[in-house]
Design a protein around this ligand. Structure first.
Ligand code: SAJ
Length: 430
């Protein structure tokens, strides 16, 4: 039996898209939060009550909690009761998970750990990685015992994995209301982890082992990737049959057990486009469907560029209005964005073909083009109106500002609409 623990101070390592909103919901529940980031600019920004990322309601909540002294930030960890690691886990060139940041975070917090602490990895990680974190801690702090798989004794340091599963755009709500899966390296770590999450989560807090929790997270995102790949494949099939894919999906979804997702220009963001590789790279031959889905979705931007190039051949085009650069609607996040990839690739192709065509990019969430488009002389960042005033309009991200543009506004233009905003009726006018 573990004795009830107090969670007075929570140290969150990594103040990014997960760490910051988590700091807010944890601090709101009354636990003092020490936010840690190696980037001094991020630390200074948050300490000044400002928010380095765009997420609804985050700025106000953060400013309030910083002002009340419930959240303070620094560049290195100090003593706490619970430590949350919320740093990125990208993949390396060969689609293998890169645990460099997780290891660096573990190294940074190891010196301040004391008996009774709970260390939780929230970053998405491959199967077996939480046990690796526990082994790193054991090596770094030989004076303390640490959770071991299958061990029944209560160690000094408890290690668990609780994958984040919130949707950008509604993080503050989902961080509190979503069910959580907590995998403990040892049984006590799972149970104490559950106690901690219950302090701010109203959804169910479900306990399991770390490997199941790790694969659970990877499976959730792979499930979505596979389903989006199905929609993208349908889009291609429909095009060959001359069928409007949006109408088809809407009709099919009237079936009580069918819920087809939306096709689009590809799958972006730092999660769904990345996490399935953590399964594929570990068990290549067994993860055939997951791998194929990844290829379908990652090949989508090139298919869209091909369509644009075909349209250029068929029509007199001097200007192309590209709508959106973010990885999905109503967020400012351009990471792994298929829209950026499309504009970048299109710009290069047009340059190579010697076509004097201007790409007018409208993206209300940024005030300068991303680095991928540095040096792309045929690309200009413009307002929505200017982008609409182009020979070809290419809908890439259905931000609210663009959804509000009536289809009639693009009458007479050549329309390539990857998001079904200006639907088939408009396409007919292209
Ligand atoms: N997309 C489509 N068609 C769709 C739905 C999405 O093309 O029908 C595209 C989006 O445009 C975007 C990409 O997929 O480019 C991913 O967007 P998303 O909204 O599906 O997911 P994310 O990456 O913002 O967040 C996902 C969520 N996972 C699941 O829904 C299973 C979220 O709950 C996770 O917390 C997050 O990954 C994460 O951090 O892992």
């Amino acid at each position: 039996m573990s004795k009830p623990r107090r969670f007075e101070t929570c140290v969150i390592v990594g103040l990014g898209y997960i760490g910051l909103p988590t700091a807010v919901v944890v601090a709101r529940s009354g636990t003092k939060v020490i936010g840690v980031d190696i980037n001094q600019r991020v630390v200074d920004t948050v300490n000044a009550g400002k928010c380095p990322i765009e997420e609804p309601h985050l700025l106000e909540a953060l400013a309030d909690l910083v002002q009340k002294g419930l959240i303070t930030c620094q560049t290195t960890p100090s003593n706490g009761d619970v430590y949350i690691i919320a740093v990125p886990t990208p993949f390396t060139g060969g689609y293998k998970p890169d645990l460099t940041y997780v290891e660096a975070a573990t190294r940074s917090l190891a010196p301040v750990l004391k008996s009774g602490n709970l260390v939780i990895v929230e970053s998405t990680i491959p199967v077996g990685a939480t046990e690796q974190v526990a082994r790193w801690i054991e090596v770094l702090r030989p004076d303390l015992t640490c959770s071991r798989r299958g061990s029944k004794t209560v160690p000094d340091i408890l290690v668990a994995h609780c994958p984040e599963r919130v949707l950008p755009g509604q993080m503050l709500k989902e961080l509190v209301e979503n069910d959580r899966v907590i995998g403990g390296v040892c049984d006590t770590a799972g149970k104490v982890g559950q106690d901690f999450y219950k302090t701010f989560v109203t959804g169910n807090c479900l306990v399991t082992d770390t490997r199941t929790a790790e694969l659970c997270k990877l499976s959730e995102n792979s499930f979505r990737d596979v389903n989006i790949a199905f929609a993208n494949e349908l889009a291609e099939i429909c095009e060959d049959f001359g069928i409007d894919v949006w109408e088809l999906i809407s009709l099919a979804n009237h079936h009580p057990r069918v819920n087809i997702l939306k096709p689009g220009p590809g799958v972006g963001g730092h999660c769904i486009a990345v996490d399935p590789w953590f399964i594929v790279s570990a068990l290549g031959e067994k993860a055939r469907l997951i791998r194929e889905a990844r290829w379908i979705n990652s090949g989508r931007p090139r298919q869209i560029v091909r369509k644009v190039l075909d349209a250029i051949d068929a029509h007199k085009i001097r200007t192309i209005g590209c709508f959106g650069l973010a990885y999905k609607p109503d967020v400012d996040d351009l990471r792994e964005s298929p829209a950026v990839e499309i504009v970048e690739y299109l710009s290069r192709e047009l340059h190579m073909l010697g076509r004097d065509i201007e790409l007018r990019v409208a993206e209300p969430f940024v005030d300068k083009l991303p680095h991928e488009l540095d040096g792309a002389h045929n690309v200009k960042l413009v307002g929505t109106e200017k982008a609409l005033d182009s020979d070809l309009v290419l809908m890439l991200v259905d931000h609210k500002q663009f959804r509000d543009v009536p289809a009639s506004r693009v009458n007479g233009r050549v329309v390539i609409d990857t998001r079904g905003v200006w639907d088939a009726r408009t396409l007919a006018n292209g």
